[in-house]
Design a binder for this molecule. Structure first.
Ligand code: SF4
Length: 78
């Protein structure tokens, strides 16, 4: 079965630089010089750590979309 790939983005207008996502998913996120988070890769393998980081971002700045299908993984749609 092919590995699921995610497109992960951080909304820099929302990010407050808490660093939580970097601690939870160091392979997925890094802080830039302005202490704002960005995804290490535009497309990455799906991972519990990255989803955990998105779920625990205090300002819901992280979005995850499944590559190909465009299915929204996070934030959950109402
Ligand atoms: S957890 Fe959210 S607010 Fe904190 S650095 Fe990551 S994206 Fe920014």
């Amino acid at each position: 079965m092919p590995e699921t790939k995610w497109q992960v983005t951080v909304d820099k207008d929302l990010c407050i630089g808490s660093g939580g996502c970097v601690l939870r998913a160091p392979d997925g996120f890094e802080l830039d010089a302005a202490r704002q988070s960005c995804a290490r890769h535009e497309v990455m393998a799906s991972s519990d750590a990255v989803l955990d980081a998105a779920e625990n971002c205090p300002v819901e700045a992280i979005s995850i979309v499944e590559e190909g299908s465009g299915t929204v993984v996070f934030p959950p749609e109402d």
